[in-house]
Design a protein around this ligand. Sequence first.
Ligand code: HEC
Length: 138
Amino acid sequence: MASPFASRRLAQLSGLAGALCLAAGALAQNVPPPPAGASPQVALGAQLYQKTCALCHGVAGRDATVFPRPIWGPGHDIAKFGSAKGLFEYLQLLMPFDDPSKLDDAQKTAVVAYMLVRNGNLRPGASLPTGGDPSPIR
Ligand code: HEC
């Protein structure tokens, strides 16, 4: 016999499954094209972002359910990481949140480059040395 607790939990879990389906739907639909004139590194970062980050942060770095604050563009709070290197170091510690070892150093650097292009801090044709550099985040 299902306890009230168990059925409440079940309702929560099916809500979660619904949210994940919505997220997957969003992934299929509104993926922005990679930035025009992207360097190979920035293009790789765009792909990796969609594959390993968008589920929790949204295809456009915002409007996600898991972490609703934008991670680039208007309303972001990533300037606190200071530089490309600082953002890289944060990813080394914590992102992707489900498994920070999922991406290697070169792949994480590519994601940082992509994020900074989207945030307007780096030219699309630029690329960063592995581990990032002092390029400022604003
Ligand atoms: C499983 C969900 C999940 C995935 C996947 C994920 N993140 Fe996160 N992300 C979070 C959560 C939750 C936080 C808040 C962590 C905290 O407050 O300590 C966060 C915080 C961040 C922040 C800090 C934002 C701020 O304003 O403080 C950045 C930057 C970030 N993530 C980038 C990434 C990148 C890049 C990837 C892919 C490589 C990624 N995340 C993958 C869940 C996720």
